[in-house]
Design a protein around this ligand. Structure first.
Ligand SMILES: [Zn+2]
Length: 652
């Protein structure tokens, strides 16, 4: 069959004596029997069970996931190729020529790749739960240096239709279909020479049952891609027991449960890997719609696996009160220097607990979640390399490119260390730090000792609701944080969320100031004993004490209405008397009623009552971006992190 026999998308074709509808995604074509076409027009809830089964053959909603994955594996593969090249400096000329020819083919034309030659430099992918084989078809046709893709599925009928599609796409030399249990297949490939560069787990539901086999079937520094579509388990508080059984951790309640879910899944991978002397490095961890998509690099290094416990935490959540949280690492990692001044790590027990029994901000009870991954969610270098690739790829092939770019940019900006840089500042990297040639593709290793210092995020609507004030506008709130010298950004998981290094004591002081300056709280709307009452009990007394406000008003009225001096004196004396008796009444009721106050301890490190809170919208709107110097950082530093970087309680 020549290339002009490949039908245009969404047309009917006759192939091997049968009629099919052709669907094109990326550079791959899928043949669908007409009966399946109707069922997969949409993944509606009202589909009949038999139609639902057929939708497994093509789910258009997952195109974003597949587009992103192809691009991510390509960037990762370029890293592997570059690393191999740097390892063998004398690359034969013939291979270089062939690579160039393949690159031109992919960039320039819509032709299907020539599968006749096999690259002597292997790059292998296992699509462990392949179903229709669409992912395998896309990897084989869109990633130029792929030498072998194994498309495995338990269902022999899925493999039959997959074989048809492999033939139709003329990818027989690159894709090897396999019928069988994914775990058994991966356990049979734990031998070094049989391992894969990339293993993709894309199940319907949880990938948890496959993770142990996957971490063993992957090469040193290999890439593990994981989808988990059971957000109802890892990002909700409905099934803590199920979440623990699957992922070994308890989910959290609240807006930040989606990041909590990503951390639960990562922890389950870290635990599976650790027992084999493998350490995980999350390259990209996304919570998208109803599923999680994670890209994790697996390092064979018992030394790096030692950082795991220090990068694991439980979280105390004020989920029935103000929404604040406190993190508790499982162990403490301290960097020390030996006699020669070389750094080494000491792994010790962590002090516990880091939080009080009741929330220190509002006095309500807290709940426990975790254990979960406490390290970084992403590798900025990896994300930046995918973003750098986007202008080179064909928008017709990657139809979800805008969303890929938006999602990756937001994920990249979750890094609070990004600086606010004026738009006209191009901040050029010095020539000697910008890598060239093959080293340009190397993905720098994240510091394995690094703990995420400021995990999670909150929503402004929810925290405004706690104290019954109007929702503070997004950029005014960011401006207030920045005016106080704190850094802030948003989470990729939800719009209008705030990630910040400001402690909760400061966040609540900003909210109290919001209520005082701009969003007055209607009298009586905060009931005693609620989280809002606990938060507002810490108000700046001098400025918003209601007795003083009333006294001030009475004195103003007296000075305006007083007929003469004796009348004025009488009015002022009366006002002072009323104010004093009101004060003594209040203090006695406060003593008898306020048991919630006794259990709270203030964060003594910040004297919030003196903070100059300014809702500076233009400061909040300033964008942050990466300096080129940081963006092109190539090699991890010789020593991991400055002294004490990963130690301490990471208290919020
Ligand atoms: Zn609270």
């Amino acid at each position: 069959m020549s290339s002009n026999e490949v039908a245009s998308p969404d047309s009917e074709v006759q192939y091997r004596g049968k009629s099919y509808r052709v669907i094109k995604e990326g550079r791959a074509y899928i043949l669908k029997p007409p009966a399946e076409t109707a069922a997969t027009q949409a993944t509606r809830r009202d589909l009949k069970p038999e139609d639902k089964d057929q939708t497994v053959f093509y789910n258009p909603i997952q195109q974003f996931n597949r587009d992103l994955t192809v691009l991510a594996i390509r960037v990762y593969g370029e890293h592997v190729m570059a690393k191999n090249k740097l390892a063998n400096k004398h690359t034969p000329k013939s291979r270089t020529k062939k690579r160039k020819r393949e690159d031109e083919q992919v960039k320039g034309t819509e032709e299907l790749p020539d599968t006749q030659h096999v690259d002597p430099c292997p790059f292998t992918i296992l699509d462990a739960l392949s179903a229709s084989g669409l992912r395998a078809l896309r990897y084989a046709s869109e990633i130029p240096f792929v030498t072998r893709v194994v498309a495995n599925d338990l269902s022999s009928s899925a493999i039959q239709s997959m074989k048809l599609n492999i033939e139709y796409n003329r990818l027989e030399n690159l894709i090897q279909p396999n019928t069988g249990d994914a775990r058994m297949y991966m356990y049979r490939h734990v031998e070094e020479r049989k391992k894969f560069d990339v293993i993709d787990l894309d199940p319907y539901g949880s990938a948890a049952p496959f993770i142990d086999a996957a971490v063993q079937g992957i090469k040193d520094e290999g890439l593990l891609c994981i989808t988990c579509t059971d957000a109802g388990v890892w990002a909700s508080n409905g099934y803590p027991e199920k979440s623990f059984a699957l992922y070994g951790g308890i989910p959290m309640k609240g807006l930040h449960s989606h990041e909590g879910g990503l951390r639960l899944i990562l922890n389950s991978v870290a635990i599976a890997a650790g027992k084999y002397g493998l350490a995980i490095e999350p390259l990209l961890s996304l919570s998208i719609d109803f599923y999680a998509r994670l890209f994790v690099r697996i390092h064979r290094s018992p030394a790096q696996a030692k950082f795991m416990s220090g990068n694991t935490m439980v979280v105390y959540n004020c989920d029935s009160g103000c929404g604040a949280w406190t993190t508790q690492p499982l162990t403490q990692t301290r960097q020390k220097l030996d006699k020669k001044g070389n750094p080494f790590y000491h792994f010790g027990l962590a002090q516990a607990p880091t939080g009080n029994q009741k929330c220190e901000h509002c006095g309500m009870k807290t709940h426990l979640s975790g254990p979960m991954w406490a390290g970084p969610l992403h590798n900025s270098d990896f994300i930046q390399k995918i973003l750098d690739l986007l202008p080179q790829v064909d928008r017709d092939v990657y139809q979800t490119l805008d969303r890929v770019e938006g999602m990756l940019t937001t994920a990249l900006e979750e890094d609070l260390s990004l600086q606010i840089i004026p738009e006209n500042d191009q901040s050029p990297a010095s020539e000697d730090t910008a890598p060239t040639g093959d080293s340009l593709h190397i993905i720098a290793r994240t510091d394995p000792a690094l703990r995420e210092p400021h995990p999670f995020y909150f929503g402004l609507a929810s925290i405004s609701k706690v104290i019954h004030t109007t929702t503070v506008p997004y950029y005014e709130f960011l401006g207030a944080l920045r005016h106080l010298g704190y850094r802030c950004t948003r989470s990729h998981t939800k719009p209008n969320t705030v990630r910040t290094d400001a402690p909760w004591t400061v966040i609540w002081e900003i909210m109290r100031e919001w209520a005082r300056q701009k969003g007055p709280i209607k009298e009586g709307s905060i009931r005693p004993g609620t989280a809002g009452a606990g938060i507002m009990a810490k108000s700046r007394k001098l400025q918003i004490n209601p007795q003083l406000t009333a006294l001030r008003q009475e004195l103003i009225t007296a000075s305006e209405d007083g007929k003469d001096v004796p009348d004025l004196i009488t009015r002022v004396e009366a006002a002072l008397y009323r104010s004093r008796s009101q004060c003594s009444l209040d203090s006695s009721t406060e003593l008898s009623a306020g048991n919630a106050r006794d259990t709270r301890t203030d964060n003594s490190s910040v004297d919030c009552s003196k903070l100059d809170v300014v809702f500076d919208e233009s400061l909040g709107r300033q964008t942050r971006r990466r300096k080129r110097l940081v963006r092109y950082q190539v090699n991890p530093r010789a020593n991991w992190g400055p002294l004490g970087r990963a130690s301490g309680g990471a208290r919020r």
